[in-house]
Design a binder for this molecule. Structure first.
Ligand SMILES: [Zn+2]
Ligand SMILES: [Zn+2]
Length: 218
């Protein structure tokens, strides 16, 4: 689940005072690192530049001071002005924890779209507007109960312009897929129409020949 908070942080720009590289926004590791460092946050910022002077000099410093192979990277907690050195035991530590900003943005956009559709769903029948219902039906991440409700409301609106959007959607949630496709079949039947088995265009239920592709019905 993408929270607005992590997106907000991922968009923030912070720079390393040691090398001026933009800090990467990382997911907080599940275990606490360092003494008494409670994270209390989902994300933190870190300089992942291998050329950073703090990182380069850290190896030698820790070797001399503690006889261990480790270094420091500059890190900053959200909401704080000054960062601090964080000990890292390897070059690759934290490099795979960086938040994918594009993924986060996409997830957030999807979430906003779902919220908007859920609001519009309340009046979609009165507005004869199938758009929010379709949006929820084909949104695999959307709330399941809302998707089921959207199928019912779409059937009430009885607008077959949504047919392709639903027929062509690959449902990950097969139950919703079945519900939606059955609803479409009922909508066609109620309006005395059917889909041509050859070209999938909508035609009259009694048609013997498809007006779109010219094929004869069995
Ligand atoms: Zn740096
Ligand atoms: Zn046809």
């Amino acid at each position: 689940m993408v929270s607005d908070v992590s997106l907000k942080y991922a968009m923030e720009e912070h720079y390393c005072p040691h090398c001026n590289t933009r800090l990467s926004c990382c997911n907080t590791p599940p275990i606490h690192v360092g003494d008494g460092l409670g994270w209390g946050t989902d994300v933190f910022f870190i300089c992942l530049n291998d050329e950073c002077s703090m990182f380069v000099e850290g190896w030698k410093y820790i070797e001399e001071q503690y006889g261990k192979s480790a270094s420091y990277r500059y890190m900053l907690l959200p909401g704080e002005k000054n960062g601090s050195p964080m000990m890292v035991a390897s070059r690759i530590a934290f490099t795979d924890a960086a938040v994918d900003l594009e993924e986060l943005k996409k997830g957030n956009e999807r979430y906003q779209r779902e919220q908007k559709a859920r609001q519009e769903l309340e009046t979609c029948v009165a507005d004869k507007n199938p758009a929010p219902a379709i949006c929820l039906i084909i949104d695999e991440e959307a709330n399941l109960k809302e998707r089921q409700r959207a199928v019912k409301l779409l059937e009430e609106i009885n607008d077959l312009s949504c047919l392709d959007a639903i027929r062509n959607h690959k449902f990950r949630h097969t139950e919703i897929g079945q519900l939606a496709n059955l609803a479409l079949s009922r909508m066609l039947k109620n309006s005395f129409q059917k889909e041509c088995p050859y070209c999938a265009e909508i035609i009259k239920a009694q048609a013997k020949i498809c007006k779109h592709c010219g094929k004869e019905m069995d």
